[in-house]
Design a protein. Structure first.
Length: 268
């Protein structure tokens, strides 16, 4: 009689989904939260035996940049803190980005709830752009400084039909430095400034001591020999290209996530 009762209890627990660890994958409900500066949407949350992962969509609601440093976030599950270390991401004003968050451990599919401590959000305000000298092509000097940025010419190609230049920039300041390659222009003998053809180049962010390369290009200029890029001197301008920033940290938000029993059972 005792054996029959035990079997019946176990059967009832199994059908109700309360026997932890019986599912290889445990799915969780989507969640979202919003502040004055940004909105976070979390979906596709799943716990596996050795990993918890989900997709995180971040929308920047401000006219400033938003920085998310996921190294400051964590998952609280069964009394353990699981790190969600990954590279920080920057979201441009009124833009959105998505990333997959992951944390590893053991028996993570045993739980039916966990907290995501969403920390590491910063509002990034750009300072006035650093002044930079004109850079002559052909180059007479391969390096210059603009505030806390050091810029070195890597290589260049200067021909009638096209000019390409490649620079390496190193940030030596505090916080984050921003480089906007799309703002590079060139002054030609007619006195006009011509924007780089790489007008959609992404903004580059750098921590102290980090370096990155960027390029600028120009196609054939109208005006005959007086505007022949192979023959004439070209003066590259970096107006608004190099900017330092300040960061204001946002309060952390603790998000409770609960399992989606119907989806978990349905996908078993």
């Amino acid at each position: 009689m005792k054996a029959f009762m035990t079997a019946g209890i176990l059967a009832t627990m199994t059908l109700s989904g309360t026997v932890f660890g019986q599912y290889e994958k445990v799915f969780y409900k989507d969640t979202t939260f919003e502040t004055d500066n940004y909105k976070v949407e979390i979906d596709n949350v799943v716990a596996l035996p050795k990993e918890v992962k989900f997709r995180m969509s971040i929308t920047n609601k401000t006219n400033d940049w938003v920085l998310y440093n996921s190294e400051e976030s964590r998952i609280e599950l069964d009394g353990k803190n699981l790190d969600t270390k990954d590279k920080y991401i920057l979201i441009a004003p009124h833009d959105s980005k998505k990333k997959v968050m992951r944390a590893v451990g053991a028996n993570l599919n045993n739980a039916r709830a966990f907290n995501f401590v969403c920390d590491g959000f910063y509002k990034v305000r750009l300072k006035e752009a650093a002044a930079a000298p004109e850079f002559r092509l052909p180059a007479s000097n391969n390096e210059f400084t603009a505030g806390n940025f050091t810029v070195t010419l890597v290589n260049s190609m200067k021909e009638t039909g096209r000019t390409d230049v490649k620079f390496k920039v190193t940030f030596n300041g505090e916080g984050l430095g921003f480089v906007s390659p799309a703002k590079v222009s060139v002054k030609m003998p007619d006195g006009n400034l011509y924007a780089t053809t790489r007008s959609k180049a992404d903004v580059i962010s750098l921590k102290k001591g980090e370096s990155e390369t960027f390029q600028a290009s120009w196609d054939r200029m109208e005006g005959g020999s007086k505007m022949d890029m192979q023959l004439v001197e070209m003066l590259i301008h970096f107006d608004g290209v190099f900017q330092e920033s300040t960061q204001l940290k946002a309060d952390k938000v603790v998000l409770p996530l609960r399992w989606n029993e119907a989806m978990t059972i349905g996908k078993k």
